[in-house]
Ligand binder design. Sequence first.
Ligand SMILES: [Zn+2]
Length: 87
Amino acid sequence: MEHRLDGNAAGGILHEVFPFDMTATQAICGGCGATGPIGALAAYIHGMGTVMRCPVCDTVLIRLAYVKGRYWLDMRGTRVLQITYGR
Ligand SMILES: [Zn+2]
């Protein structure tokens, strides 16, 4: 069973992989080209990991799981990330 949350709910696990707040990072959807902050994506968090979908076309932008000491990150649905960090 999974519940749809907003992308801010995935901020914790994303921060385990990326050393900054990913929820404010802009993502361009590889499916429809919609652009918005990762915090505005639809997030599905369950035992198998976290799946983040485009709120416009439902394309999966991010899959993230932690299994046996390794993070598995699949971002094939993300066309571009616009990261504002440092500098
Ligand atoms: Zn989309």
